[in-house]
Design a protein around this ligand. Structure first.
Ligand SMILES: Cc1ncc(COP(=O)(O)O)c(C=O)c1O
Length: 352
């Protein structure tokens, strides 16, 4: 188990010593002041309130509301331009280019490796077991000391399964590095978030997003939940105004209506069940893997043919058949009832 001092030691020295950009409004607070500090256009030209002004760099109002909903403190929250921004910042804060590595459990979400490679950080890929579980003992015995960050996607994209909480805790307790648990799909999953583990483990960072269950993919808002000392570091490195005002306004509207999110999640889960039942009857479908997310990993007799035939009919699904352990597999997002019906009809008509 790491202490917060040990976590601080993991931060790249140049980042630890960085003096971040600071706006005058940030430094002095500016309730009802005359704002002549940021070279904005003083006129509200576009009839949308405050659109001529830079947005709040630390998104205080949004954080207070999110913190209340999640049962955490606002200081434990980072808001990013999608959770992808948090993935990139975490790698940049903790991994020295050309020296350090990240660990991933494959197959998994592609952006962890992409962000690492962009930053010239090596990727140590550990294969999931054939049932998509993590081999914790193997990982902890083999992981090298230069792995500064391990990413666990939970539920995992594209396999749709969830790791047992005790497996995740063993990795957080055993790794001398940061463990990121990406919970983009947690709202579709019966298992609880691992946020409660933050009380014991300062090396844990939980990622969540408003792009999935909250139906705000267009707003680009993701969150990192972590020890306040870790959040401070992410805030130091991010661009000052990383989330635009229209996105913050839309988020504010949605946060006042959490029940709407719950209703749509319920609807998606019902449709997921219906889709499984229908696809099971289809000739070219060999297997549907259990899913705790809003998509299904479906093994077909020929992924390339099914993928191509669906495209020809105007239906886009993800061909994951070249990913490890995913031979013959397509990843299919649960759509509206009408979209799902069209998918089922189209796939039924395919003769291989
Ligand atoms: C596991 C996982 N994490 C993160 C993301 C990206 O989320 P965001 O839209 O918040 O950047 C995705 C998107 O598909 C995802 O599957």
């Amino acid at each position: 188990m790491m202490t917060i001092e040990q976590v601080r030691m993991l931060i790249r020295p140049n980042i630890l010593g960085l003096k971040p950009y600071s706006s005058a409004r940030n430094e002095y607070g500016a309730q009802d002041a005359i704002l002549l500090d940021a070279n904005e256009n003083p006129f509200e030209v576009w009839e949308q309130e405050n659109m001529n002004r830079y947005p709040d760099p630390l998104q205080k109002r949004a954080k207070e509301k999110i913190a209340r909903i999640k049962g955490i403190a606002p200081e434990q929250l980072f808001l990013g331009n999608g959770s992808d921004e948090a993935v990139d910042l975490i790698i940049r804060c903790f991994c020295e280019p050309a020296t350090d590595s990240i660990a991933i459990f494959t197959p998994t979400y592609g952006m962890y490796a992409v962000c690492a490679e962009i930053n010239n950080v090596r990727v140590n890929a550990f294969s999931l077991n054939s049932d998509f579980s993590i081999d914790t003992q193997y990982f902890l015995s083999k992981v090298s000391a230069n792995v500064k960050v391990a990413f666990i996607c939970n539920p995992n994209n594209p396999t749709g399964n969830t790791q047992k909480p005790e497996i995740i805790e063993q990795i957080i307790a055993g790794l001398k590095g940061i463990v990121v648990v990406d919970e983009a799909y947690i709202d579709f999953c019966p298992e609880k978030s691992v946020v409660n583990l933050l009380q014991s483990y300062p090396n844990l960072i939980v990622l969540q997003t408003f792009s999935k269950a909250w139906a705000l993919a267009g707003a680009r808002i993701g969150i990192a939940i972590a020890n306040p000392a870790v959040i401070e570091i992410l805030n130091k490195v991010k661009f000052p105004y990383n989330i635009g005002l229209p996105s913050l306004k839309t988020l504010d509207y949605a946060l006042e209506r959490p029940l709407a999110k719950d209703i749509y999640v319920h609807e998606i889960l019902r449709e997921r069940g219906r889709l499984i039942a229908e696809l099971q009857e289809v000739q070219c479908v060999e297997r549907i893997f259990p899913s705790d997310a809003n998509f299904l990993l479906v093994k077909t007799t020929s992924a390339d043919t099914v993928h191509k035939e669906l495209l020809r009919k105007g239906i886009v699904v993800r061909n994951r058949s070249r990913e490890p352990l995913c031979e013959g597999c397509l990843r299919i997002t649960v759509g509206t009832p009408l979209e799902n019906q069209e998918l089922v009809d189209a796939i039924k008509a395919i003769r291989i």
